[in-house]
Design a protein around this ligand. Sequence first.
Ligand code: FAD
Ligand code: NAI
Length: 465
Amino acid sequence: MENFDVAIIGGGPGGYVCAIRAAQLGNKVVCIESRGTLGGTCLNVGCIPSKALLHSSELFHKAKKEFKNIGINVGEPSLDLSKMMGHKSKSVDGLTKGIEFLFKKNKVTYIKGHASFVDKNTLSVTDNKKNSQKINFKKVVIATGSTSVSIPGIEIDEKTIVSSTGALVLEKVPKKLVVIGAGYIGLEMGSVWLRLGSEVHVVEFLDHITPGMDREVSDNFLKILKKQGMTFDLSTKVVGIKKTKNGATVQVDKNGSRSEIECDIVLISVGRKPNTEGLNAEKIGIKLDSKKKVIVDKKYKTNIENVYAIGDVIDGPMLAHKAEEEGVAVAELISGKYGHVNYDVIPGVIYTSPEIASVGKTEEQLKESKVSYKVGKFPFIANSRAKVNDESDGFVKILAHATTDRILGVHIIGPDAGNLIAELALAMEFGASSEDIARTCHAHPTLTEAVKEAALAVDKRAIHF
Ligand code: FAD
Ligand code: NAI
């Protein structure tokens, strides 16, 4: 039986980053991954393939609808879906192999197989040929991530009733796609298929989309998506899905009134659950919460001294960069160093068009916690670069403390919002005020000037609006 200082279960952004950092710090490290490839949900069936399709479908849409507005005539573009999918797969393949290379470079042992606890110092690892081996370790990090959930009583077959995984590999463009759940996955994957030609109808349980997001942004986002052609049934409950010869019928209930929606494909995107089944975690005494997430303290330690957990399998936002930060922090903590994640400054981005990005508190959260704040807003319609790029939907909204001017939250809906938010996250890490941003020279003509103007607007002195 081989002995390791640190064993990591799961090779996603939490696990693989943790493995590399722990090895850099001089530990003998093993990472066990059951999928057959490294990179976890993120690289294989999440962030990366979805962004590949978002990018390609946006270019297709632009070539079809927008190029002619700026004098580029390309005729009617046609879609080669299998080539688009091929490009996506090639990108995924290259990136997952890149992590194998990084493991070799950092001398991390990579074992393909499913790990389960034998006791608090031993894992049993079974490969896909059912061969088992035992691994001995001093410390272990559970980074097993999450998988999609369905609606009670509805089975996902990944053909007609799909999760995000099935929605990433559809073989033809559905005539009509019903999306259940107006969150991250529903709106990103809905956008992909809308741009490629589907009629997309979203059914959401709540009376608004993207719960948890600043409400002004969320309401604006809904209007823009409707303008793009997506249709919505809000405050609507799905009560059943029946498969038919050509697709499915979704039965919905809106304020007690029932109706049916016919479609070819149904995407269920109503959240994800932690991967704690089959780990034997509870059998060795590791405590899980009511949602089966691993309970950890501020240093990612479970109730068992040498067992840690990070990423989607513990509490907090299910985001790749949050998992990565935790991977680094736990590797440093278990190596006797200082490791820390600032949960007040974790950006969130929805990669639709326009993009949505936020960091820190929403206006609703500030109201609820009775913090007095000022708002500075600047619309992209008044930003020269957004205007010439013909991407002027949306705004930057900065929330700053009423007396100290410290930035408390930033919410952006607009072009390249996912990149723009980085400046604000850095500013918040440094405890910056909105005046700090307002006094910083931003290059012209860039979208970043909208951030500077929003900061000026906190003090009611925006120049261009
Ligand atoms: P995972 O990435 O889920 O990795 C865990 C790994 O552990 C898996 O590969 C699994 O096979 C393995 N595993 C599980 N159990 C065992 C076991 N017993 N033995 C061995 N191996 C095991 N986040 C973003 O920040 N940005 C995005 O743009 C984004 N887009 C997304 C799009 C989609 C469609 C989806 C589904 C998710 C997206 N996410 C995005 C979320 C992101 O993918 C996750 O938050 C992130 O992957 C979590 O990382 P993790 O390491 O905790 O877990
Ligand atoms: P989500 O939590 O983002 O959204 C789920 C939506 O479904 C919510 O609006 C919820 O109100 C609704 N809902 C729940 N039950 C319902 C029901 N029975 N009927 C109708 N609506 C219902 O979950 P989603 O979209 O599945 O994504 C899971 C997670 O993956 C996200 O929370 C996010 O952490 C991560 N992700 C991140 C991305 C990014 O960073 N760009 C992209 C995709 C996923």
